[in-house]
Design a protein around this ligand. Sequence first.
Ligand code: ITT
Length: 181
Amino acid sequence: MPQSFDLFFASSNFNKFQEAKKILGGFGINLGFFQCKMEEIQSNSLKEIAKNKAMQAFHKCKKPLIVEDDGLFIDSLNGFPGPYSSYVFKTIGNKGILNLVKQNRKAKFVSIISFYDKKNNESFESKVKGFISKKIMGRGWGYDPIFIPANSKKVFAQLNKNQISHRFKALKKFSNWYLPK
Ligand code: ITT
C-alpha cells in the first residue's frame, strides 16, 4: 500500500531532505520527498528565493509542501557565498572557501523554510553563528566539514547537528505554526 505523507519536502538535495525528515519526525510530522530541480531566481534575499521555489514546486507536486533555501554567509567575504552557496560549493568547494578565508573566520548559516499550499505562503527563518575551520574536518555533506558552530571546537560534520542546526531551528518555528494548537 502506498505510504501517505502529511507534507512534502521539494528539493534536489537528498541530504537536506533526510535531515528535515528526521527533525520533523521528532515533531510528529511525516515528511515525504518530492524530488525536483527548481530554478533559483537571482536575488540577495533567501526569503524571496525560497518563496519562489515553493510556488514552482507546488505547480508540479500539487500537494502542500515546504522547500528550504540556505546560505553560508562569511563575514570577511561580505556575506559571500550567501544565496550562491549551492553554486559555489559545486564550483570551488570547501578547499576554495578555505583558500579565501584568512584572519576573521566568523560566519553564519541561514535557513529559510517556505510552506505553500495554494492558500498560504509562510516563511520561517533561522540562523546559526559560528566560524570557518582552518582545515577540512570529519566527513559530511556540503559545508559541514568546515563550519564550526559557536561554542564548539568541532565542525557540523563531527556533531549531532540535527539538534542545533539552522535547519532544526527553522523547522521548529515552522512546526509551531503548522501543528494544531
Ligand atoms: P534545492 O534548492 O534543490 O533544495 P540546493 O542544494 O540547491 O537544493 P540550496 O539552494 O539551499 O539547496 O543550497 C544551499 C547550499 O548550502 C547546499 O547546496 C549546500 O552546499 C550548503 N548547505 C546548506 N545547508 C547545509 C548544511 O546543513 N550542511 C552543509 N551544507 C549545507
